[in-house]
Design a protein. Structure first.
Length: 600
């Protein structure tokens, strides 16, 4: 039949109805959709072996009725891909696993007439809708930049369609401000019953100050302390309740008695374990919209992402067991299909996760100058070798926890005296280098953020700096033992120039701090999770900054530090953007952990 005859008798719309099942998705294809899929078999529409042919952007094939069918190539491609994934077929119906969701989304975007159950229908509708740029709320006492307007508008669009999403912008883009703008907008539109902000314990004051400064019209309550039950009578009169992750889990029964318009969970990666109390409390909270807020949606493995998406968009990524087997494990093992799997995962997740880097958002913040300094052991070489031999022997004998052995080697690389506080001896190579560098920085009038994993290491570094003539009065510290007030004082002292060196542990100092006054950041011990290291370094890389920050990472050559960084570099090359797992211990196999010790 001639091409123009085919066009005259063509139909143009394939129809598919989708239902969720316990094992995946059930698709009911109309006759046209079924015929298109059957004509393709194992082929793409453009393949020679396909049962039809392409003219321009259309695919033509002969239907069972004898009439020619014409449908967009993109629709035909999606139908064929879905059919090839089928696990069962019967009378126009096909059953596919949850990993076929990228093709379902592609089908709905390409013009196929797709109907689905209520929740899945919402997801597909939002994924295919246009975003609306909004004016910032009148009562917001700040001027949002273009990226923040886009993020706040996205949150508002999500809310208007009755769904949620992950705010996963890189540090420095103002995620806190976007949340505040969203709540202020809901208040002005009469849509805000009340909102809850769940934050790490050290961040309550930060959020309260931000609300007071930028949204003073909102009634905000800090729900914390041992006497918080006395505030219960006013709980339901508040616009916003700020509380800690821990109290969210402790008082969940109290909170569940109220209706919440928004639940925003700051540093949501703290609940990345799907069985964690924070993840469960977030999932069970009766809120119209749930917004996990994190700059690192994937810390250990893609399971982290599944947990956060399950809070924001339940069911979008299917069952955890299937996701682990068919997606996370294959990507972690660098399966030959890994890149294709990640590309499909990105297509599904992207509409429901707002992720911009400082560069993609167009911010003129100078990128930090990150330098790895490789240094050989000096007088402490024999000590490290002895500890390495001991760790390898213990590993063979199964006489020590693998994580304890890794920590032992990491501490020895940092300063062998960390293994025994009473041990006397010369400074380690790394301690001497860091102390010399900090003293030099201070002599040049620069300000330094100094990070380590352990407070005992910070103690050692502190003594070494003082012996080099650094005035102890210009040194302060933030660690897990400090009260919130003490942390705030240390931050203010550094900002206002009374302190020039701020020592911090990775966990205590890596969040809820804005310290662009720093000139140099030294990551004294490489943390096993690169995303945590990045968070620490970016305390100094903030909005409004004009200078280039030096980020120094001293590493001991031929040590576990080098092995660890090599593994992390390899793992970090899995895919693009935030779908690239920044693997820590949680993303490594036991074999990889053992090899790290044997090769340390």
């Amino acid at each position: 039949m001639a091409c123009n005859e085919a066009s005259e008798k063509a139909h143009s719309m394939a129809s598919v109805e989708i239902l969720r099942t316990r094992t995946g998705l059930a698709l009911d294809l109309d006759e046209m959709a079924s015929d298109v899929a059957a004509s393709l078999g194992e082929h793409q529409p453009t393949d020679v072996g396909a049962g039809g042919f392409c003219i321009g952007d259309d695919y033509h094939c002969l239907g069972r009725s004898g009439e020619w069918i014409r449908t967009p190539v993109s629709v035909a491609s999606a139908l064929g891909s879905i059919a090839r994934r089928s696990t069962h077929r019967q009378a126009g119906k096909i059953w596919v696993p949850e990993t076929a969701m990228p093709d379902v989304l592609e089908l709905s975007k390409s013009g196929g007439a797709v109907t689905a159950d209520r929740q899945l229908g919402k997801y597909l509708s939002f994924a295919n809708s246009e975003r609306v740029a909004r004016l910032q709320p009148k009562g917001l006492k700040a001027t949002l930049d273009e990226a923040q307007i886009e993020g706040f508008s996205w949150l508002a669009d999500l809310h208007d369609q009755g769904i949620s999403g992950i705010l996963a912008d890189e540090m420095g883009l103002g995620k806190t401000m976007q949340i505040i703008a969203h709540l202020q907008n809901l208040k002005e539109e009469g849509k805000l019953k009340r909102a809850m902000i769940g934050v790490p314990s050290g961040a309550v004051d930060h959020w309260m100050r931000e609300f007071a400064q930028f949204a003073p019209d909102l009634e905000v309550l800090a729900w914390e302390g041992t006497q918080r039950a006395k505030m219960a009578p006013i709980l339901d009169t508040m616009d916003v309740v700020v509380t800690t992750h821990k109290i969210m889990t402790i008082d969940h029964e109290t909170f569940r008695k109220l209706d919440w318009t928004v639940l925003a969970v700051d540093e949501a990666q703290d609940g990345k374990n799907p069985e964690s109390e924070l993840a469960l409390a977030s999932a069970l909270m009766p809120a119209d919209q749930k917004i996990p807020v994190t700059g690192t949606p994937v810390e250990n493995s893609l399971v982290d992402l599944h947990t956060l998406i399950t809070i924001a968009a339940p069911g979008l990524l299917g069952r955890l067991a299937h996701f682990k087997r068919e997606i996370s494990d294959k990507v972690r093992k660098d399966d030959e299909e890994a890149e294709m799997i990640l590309a499909g995962l990105h297509r599904v997740v992207a509409p429901f996760m707002k992720h911009r880097t400082q560069q993609s958002a167009g911010l003129s913040i100078p990128a930090p100058n990150v330098m790895r300094i490789d240094m050989p052991f000096a007088a402490d070489a024999d000590v490290y070798q002895a500890v390495r031999d001991r760790a390898q022997a213990m590993l063979k004998d199964r006489s020590g926890s693998i994580f304890q052995l890794i920590t032992m080697l990491r501490q020895t690389a940092a300063d062998y005296r960390l293994l025994d506080p009473n041990m006397e001896g010369r400074e380690s190579t790394k301690t001497a280098w860091i102390a010399d560098r900090v003293a030099s920085e201070i002599a040049e009038g620069r300000k330094v953020l100094l990070f380590s994993t352990w407070t005992t290491h910070l103690d050692v570094l502190n003594r070494a700096m003082v012996t080099r003539g650094v005035d102890p009065s210009i040194i302060s510290r933030i660690d897990g033992d400090k009260t919130r007030r003490e942390k705030r004082w240390a931050e203010e002292d550094f900002k206002e120039g009374r302190v020039h060196i701020l020592e911090m542990t990775m966990r205590a100092g890596g969040r809820a701090l804005n310290l662009p006054e720093a000139d140099t950041v030294i990551l004294g011990v490489p943390w096993w999770n690169p995303s945590v290291m990045r968070q620490a370094a970016y305390r100094a890389v903030r909005r409004g900054q004009t200078k280039t920050i030096d980020v120094l990472i001293p590493l001991m050559a031929d040590s576990i530090e080098m092995r660890l960084m090599e593994i992390q570099d390899r793992k970090s090359q899995i895919s693009h953007s935030i779908l690239r797992p920044a693997s820590g211990y949680g993303g490594l196999t036991r074999r990889e952990l053992e090899n790290m010790i044997y090769e340390a």
